[in-house]
Design a protein around this ligand. Structure first.
Ligand SMILES: *Cc1c(COP(=O)(O)O)cnc(C)c1O
Length: 571
C-alpha cells in the first residue's frame, strides 16, 4: 500500500464504518488504521489523566494531595489488615457484640410483645386495632413531647394537627399523578409552590414543584443541574462544589446520579464556606455550586452573595439549601428588628443574582405533615431538566415532574391547610419564639454560664452547636442522654447541637441548667480516671464517634451503620 493511499484508506474505512458495512476482517487487514486509532486512544487517555491530575492538584494543593493520599492509603491498609484471619476474628467478635447491643436497643423483646409476621387470616376488629395502635404509639421512645429532642418533631400545635387530620381524611385517596381526577389537589400544590416562591423573593419567572422532603428537593436540584450541563455543555463527568457542612443529601445525589461531590473547606472562625476553597475546586466539569441557609451541623448561613459572585463569573448554577431554614429564615429580617437590631441578616434568597434554585422544607418550620418540601427555580429552563418523560411508553405518554410516580395528595392537602391556617403573622410569631430560644442557649454559653463550652460561629437561626476545649463533648452528649436529652452529635470537628423547635421554647432553660450539671459530672469523672490511672467506661455517643474518628477503625462504622439499617426491617 502506497503512503499516499493512506487518507483514502482511512476515508473508505470510515465510510464503511458509517454505513455499517465494515467487517472484522477488514479492520484486521488495515492494521495501519488500528495503529492510528491506538495512538489516538493513547493520546486522549494520557491527556485525560493529565487533566485529571492537574484538576486534583489545583483543587487540593500539594499538601492536601499528600494528606488525602495518606488518609486513603491508611484506611485501605486497615481494611486489608482486618481481613487477616487472627485480626478479623477479634474485630468480628467486637463488631457482633456492638451489633447485638444495637439490636437490643432498637427491637423490643419480652413476653408481652407479639410479632405480626403474616397477614391475619381474618381482619381485626376496629377495637383490636385501636388498642394495638395505642400500644405502638406508647412504646418507649426519646421524650420529644417535653422538647428534649433536637429537631425531629416540628409540631405545630394540637389545633393544627386536627385540621391536618381532617384534610388527610378528605383527600386520602388523592394522587397528584392524576390532576384530572383530583383537580383540587393540583390547585393546592400550585398554590403552595407559589406561596413559598413568594417567601423566598422569587422573580415573576420563578417556578417549582413540591416534593416528598428535603432530600428529594436536593436530589432534583442536582439532577436538573447535571442534565443542564450535559445537554448544554456536554459535561460527562459532572462535579458539584459545596462546603463540608452541606447536607448529606448532596452525597446521596452524587451516589445516585454519578456525580463527584467536591467538598470546600469552611472558615475556622465563622464556620461559613471558604470562598477561596470553592474557587479552587471549580473546573470545567462543575455543574453546580451549593451553600446552606443555614446548614444542618452548625446552623450557620453561608456567604451566599460570595458564592453568587463565583457562580455568575463562571456561569454555573447556584443552589441554596434552605431546607432547614424553612419558614424561619424568610422571617429573620423582621425577627431581628424586634429581637436585636444589631444583627445583620445576610441575603440568601432569589434577590441574590446568581441563585438559580432553593430548597425549602415545608415539613420543618411550616409545620406541614412529614413528607413535604418545595424545590424552587429562578425560571422554567432549569425545572425543565428535572422532569422525566417517556412519551413512547407502551403504557401511554408518560410525564412526571419529580422522583415519585404516584404522589400522596393527602400530604399536599395537609401542607396547604397548614400554610393557610398559620399565615404570615403566625409564622413570624413562631420564628420569633424559636429564634429566641436558640439565642438564649447561645447567649448562656457565650456569657460564660457554662465556661467549659463554646459556640461554633455565630448562628442567627434555629440551630446552636457547641463544643469544648477541656472536656470530651461526646461525654457531655452521653450525660445529657441520661437526663432524657437527645441532642445531635457532630464530627469534624466534634460538637453537639440543638435544633430548636416550637417544643424547645419551653425546655431551653432546663437544657442550660442541665448543661451546667453534666459538665461538672464529666469533669469529675475525668479527674477520677486520671487519679486512678484506669480506663473510663465510655457512653454510646463517645464510643461511636471514638471509633468513627480514628483512621484505623473508621471503616467499622460502615458495618455498624449497615447493621442499624438492617435492624429497621427486623419484624
Ligand atoms: C433536614 C434537612 C434537609 C433535608 O432532609 P430531609 O430529611 O430529607 O427532609 C436538607 N438540608 C438541611 C440543611 C436539612 O437540615
Amino acid at each position: 500500500m502506497a503512503v499516499n493511499d493512506l487518507p483514502q484508506q482511512i476515508g473508505s474505512a470510515v465510510a464503511r464504518l458509517l454505513v455499517g458495512a465494515v467487517t472484522y476482517a477488514d479492520l484486521i487487514e488495515s492494521n495501519i488504521l488500528i495503529r492510528v486509532l491506538r495512538n489516538a486512544v493513547f493520546v486522549t487517555f494520557s491527556l485525560r489523566i493529565a487533566a485529571r491530575g492537574y484538576r486534583e492538584l489545583r483543587a487540593r494543593g500539594i499538601v492536601g494531595l499528600v494528606r488525602d493520599t495518606y488518609t486513603f492509603a491508611a484506611k485501605r491498609f486497615f481494611k486489608i489488615l482486618f481481613t487477616v484471619p487472627s485480626v478479623k476474628q477479634k474485630v468480628d467478635a467486637e463488631l457482633s457484640q456492638a451489633l447485638a447491643k444495637l439490636e437490643q436497643g432498637m427491637i423490643p423483646t419480652g413476653p408481652d410483645i407479639t410479632r405480626h409476621l403474616t397477614l391475619p387470616q381474618t381482619g381485626w376488629s376496629d377495637e383490636q386495632i385501636e388498642r394495638e395502635l395505642e400500644k405502638l404509639s406508647g412504646m418507649k421512645h426519646s421524650a420529644w413531647e417535653d422538647g428534649k429532642v433536637s429537631g425531629a418533631v416540628y409540631h405545630g400545635g394540637e389545633e393544627l394537627l386536627d385540621l391536618q387530620t381532617k384534610a388527610y381524611r378528605v383527600f386520602s385517596v388523592a394522587n397528584q399523578l392524576h390532576p384530572d381526577v383530583f383537580p383540587g389537589v393540583r390547585k393546592m400544590e400550585a398554590e403552595v409552590v407559589n406561596m413559598v416562591l413568594n417567601l423566598f423573593k422569587a422573580p415573576g419567572s420563578g417556578v417549582g414543584t413540591s416534593t416528598s422532603g428535603g432530600t428529594e428537593s436536593l436530589l432534583l436540584a442536582c439532577l436538573a443541574a447535571k442534565m443542564k450541563a450535559r445537554i448544554e455543555r456536554g459535561v460527562t463527568e459532572p462535579e458539584i462544589v459545596a462546603p463540608i457542612t452541606i447536607h448529606a443529601g448532596f452525597d446521596k445525589a452524587a451516589y445516585y446520579f454519578g456525580i463527584k461531590l467536591r467538598h470546600a473547606a469552611i472558615d475556622p472562625v465563622t464556620f461559613k464556606v471558604d470562598l477561596k476553597s470553592v474557587k479552587r475546586l471549580i473546573n470545567s466539569n462543575t455543574i453546580l455550586i451549593a451553600g446552606s441557609a443555614p446548614n444542618f451541623p452548625h446552623g450557620i448561613i453561608d456567604d451566599i452573595e460570595g458564592l453568587s459572585t463565583l457562580a455568575v463569573k463562571y456561569k454555573i448554577p447556584l443552589h441554596v439549601d434552605a431546607c432547614l431554614g424553612s419558614f424561619v429564615v424568610p422571617f429573620l429580617d423582621k425577627v431581628y428588628e424586634d429581637l436585636d437590631p444589631t444583627v445583620q441578616v445576610p441575603l440568601f434568597d432569589f434577590r441574590v443574582p446568581g441563585v438559580t434554585s432553593i430548597s425549602c422544607d415545608t415539613h420543618k418550620y411550616a409545620f406541614a405533615p412529614k413528607g413535604s418540601s418545595v424545590i424552587m427555580y429562578r425560571d422554567q429552563s432549569l425545572r425543565r431538566y428535572q422532569y422525566f418523560l417517556a412519551t413512547d411508553w407502551s403504557g401511554g405518554v408518560y410525564a412526571s415532574p419529580t422522583l415519585a410516580g404516584s404522589r400522596p395528595g393527602a400530604l399536599m392537602a395537609g401542607c396547604w391547610v397548614s400554610l393557610m391556617k398559620i399565615g404570615q403573622d403566625g409564622y413570624l410569631q413562631s420564628a420569633k419564639e424559636i429564634v429566641s430560644s436558640a439565642r438564649a442557649l447561645q447567649h448562656a454559653i457565650k456569657n460564660g454560664q457554662v465556661p467549659e463550652l463554646y459556640v461554633l460561629g455565630d448562628p442567627i437561626s434555629s440551630v446552636v452547636s457547641f463544643s469544648s476545649n477541656s472536656i470530651n463533648i461526646y461525654d457531655v452528649a452521653d450525660q445529657l442522654q441520661q437526663k432524657g436529652w437527645h441532642l445531635s452529635a457532630l464530627q469534624n470537628p466534634a460538637a453537639i447541637h440543638l435544633a430548636c423547635t416550637k417544643l424547645s421554647i419551653q425546655s431551653v432553660q432546663e437544657l442550660i441548667d442541665d448543661l451546667k450539671k453534666v459538665v461538672q459530672i464529666v469533669k469529675s469523672q475525668a479527674d477520677a480516671v486520671d487519679a486512678k490511672d484506669i480506663k473510663k467506661k465510655q457512653g454510646d455517643v463517645a464510643m461511636l464517634y471514638g471509633v468513627a474518628g480514628s483512621i484505623s477503625t473508621s471503616g467499622l462504622v460502615d458495618e455498624l451503620a449497615v447493621g442499624f439499617l438492617n435492624n429497621l426491617y427486623k419484624a
